[in-house]
Design a protein. Structure first.
Length: 269
């Protein structure tokens, strides 16, 4: 009887594994984030290991904006070529076991609590509801980290900070000093300069009047960076176009180093 029970149990396990394998193969038949590609600026083909589960995934925040249009949404600027090229550098330059493709986290989903590191672009145009602001506040209170990028000039700064005010009432942004640990987790970034978008190839290295770059942050009650702010810069463009010969290597190199430092800081602080 014991042998029969074992045989039945093994058969059940085999059936379960076969079903899981079949389901996984079915899922792999489509691009991992096909559902959102119409909102992305630059979607790319999935690499062969796109469905591999790893210790870390680059999570991009999907939020709402009044400027979302028929072609794409503000959250999807540079996506997803930008993060996929950055992830290649992260895998080569560190020992972080990183997934080859991004993970998209919707601001209205409690799934946000499963992803301790988030990235968001164009936050100078975000609109946060009360429930979304509360969810982000809980996310930060639980140890979450957000890197924001690619917004420029004072109007966009005010819109971004209006969202921060909803999340952290009364909290102000600070300028990060050169000796802040976030600049020295992996690479010593004592000399930093404005990281421009692709427009630098044929024009100035700034956008929409945002001439002076700033490395700012929102700190928690223990002086830990919880929102790392790349203002008047376009780090995501530097990742996205690092493979373009015309895009200056010095900007791409700093962009990779900055992103890696921010990830390792979030792991260790």
């Amino acid at each position: 009887m014991a042998a029969r029970r074992r045989a039945v149990a093994l058969a059940a396990i085999a059936v379960s594994l076969a079903a899981a394998w079949s389901s996984a193969q079915s899922a792999r038949g489509q691009r991992r984030w096909a559902i959102y590609e119409h909102e992305m600026q630059n979607p790319t083909d999935d690499p062969p290991d796109a469905w591999e589960e790893t210790e870390f995934a680059f999570a991009r925040l999907r939020f709402r904006s009044r400027l979302d249009g028929w072609a794409r949404s503000r959250w999807g600027i540079d996506a997803n070529k930008s993060e996929r090229q950055f992830i290649q550098g992260l895998r080569r330059l560190t020992r972080v076991h990183a997934r080859s493709v991004e993970h998209i986290v919707d601001i209205d989903s409690d799934e946000i609590y499963d992803w301790p590191w988030l990235y968001a672009v164009a936050v100078g145009d975000w609109t946060l509801s009360e429930s979304q602001a509360l969810r982000l506040r809980k996310y930060f209170d639980r140890g979450g980290f957000l890197m924001v990028d690619d917004f420029h000039a004072e109007r966009e700064w005010r819109t971004f900070m209006a969202g921060i005010e909803r999340i952290f009432p009364g909290r102000t942004a600070v300028e990060l000093e050169d000796d802040d640990p976030i600049f020295h987790t992996v690479f010593d970034l004592r000399e930093r300069f404005q990281i421009p978008g692709l427009n630098v190839v044929h024009g100035p290295g700034y956008e929409r009047g945002g001439v002076v770059p700033h490395w700012r942050a929102i700190l928690d009650d223990h002086s830990r960076v919880v929102v790392a702010i790349c203002f008047n810069m376009d780090v995501g463009d530097a990742w996205e176009w690092a493979d373009l010969p015309e895009y200056p290597e010095r900007y791409a190199s700093l962009a990779y180093k900055l992103g890696i430092n921010y990830i390792i800081y979030a792991f260790t602080h």
